[in-house]
Write a protein that binds this ligand. Structure first.
Ligand code: ZN
Length: 224
């Protein structure tokens, strides 16, 4: 029975916020905007366009070097540049398949890869939670997005994390690249190939350590 399906929205006292429909509808507003907002009206419905095929597919045309980590059947890519969240990554199937078209082998691996990548991102310093989303309306190539939510930012809870990614200032590029390298190395421990290198030590930050605490090879050279 349809009316037996529990609502994803928690009970909320609408009367407490009669002037704010977002609070009333969402339980608690986590929109990254302030001020009076009004809902857009929709244009008349049109015929649904064809979703892009392989010839026009960005995923199919991008070589492995454009990714963070690659394997025989899966690849992980990042945004082209740092954005407002600590890290935003996308898991893609290597073959041009949509979610509902995956054969059983890839469907099963998708579950494993989703858990593995979520855990890798959630293990990064400064990341408290990972939102997993899929919204590729124009493309028929499976792409699952993983958005790392920064620790301690209660305003970013909930479904508007993607919007916050656009609103917040980009994170520093060196920190972002280090995170990509950590995730790539994590995934490569299970197989595949890390395309982005893991972060290197900043020796200036370690200058207070004594020489005996630094990892040295027998001939005295710095260890890799
Ligand atoms: Zn494709």
């Amino acid at each position: 029975m349809h009316n037996s399906i529990p609502s994803p929205v928690p009970p909320f006292d609408e009367a407490a916020f009669p002037e704010d429909p977002y609070r009333a509808n969402a339980g608690e507003s986590h929109l990254p905007f302030v001020g009076p907002l009004s809902a857009r009206s929709l244009d008349p419905a049109t015929e649904e366009p064809d979703r892009r095929d392989m010839d026009e597919c960005d995923a199919c045309r991008t070589p492995d070097e454009g990714y963070v980590w690659v394997a025989d059947r899966w690849r992980v890519r990042a945004t082209r540049r740092p954005t407002g969240l600590p890290v935003v990554l996308a898991l893609e199937s290597r073959p041009h398949l949509d979610l509902g078209d995956l054969p059983n082998l890839l469907a099963a691996e998708l579950g494993v890869m989703t858990v593995r990548l979520e855990k890798a991102i959630r293990s990064l310093p400064g990341v408290a939670q990972v939102h997993v989303q899929r919204w590729e309306d124009g493309n028929s190539h499976l792409r699952l997005w993983f958005l790392g939510r920064p620790t301690g930012r209660r305003e970013l809870w909930g479904p508007y994390l993607r919007a916050w990614d656009d609103v917040l200032p980009p994170v520093p590029e060196d920190e972002w690249r280090n995170r990509l390298g950590i995730v790539a190395a994590w995934l490569a421990d299970f197989g595949g190939r890390a395309v982005v290198d893991p972060p290197r030590f900043n020796w200036q930050e370690l200058s207070e350590l004594s020489a005996t605490e630094l990892p040295l090879s027998p001939d005295g050279a710095e260890a890799e």
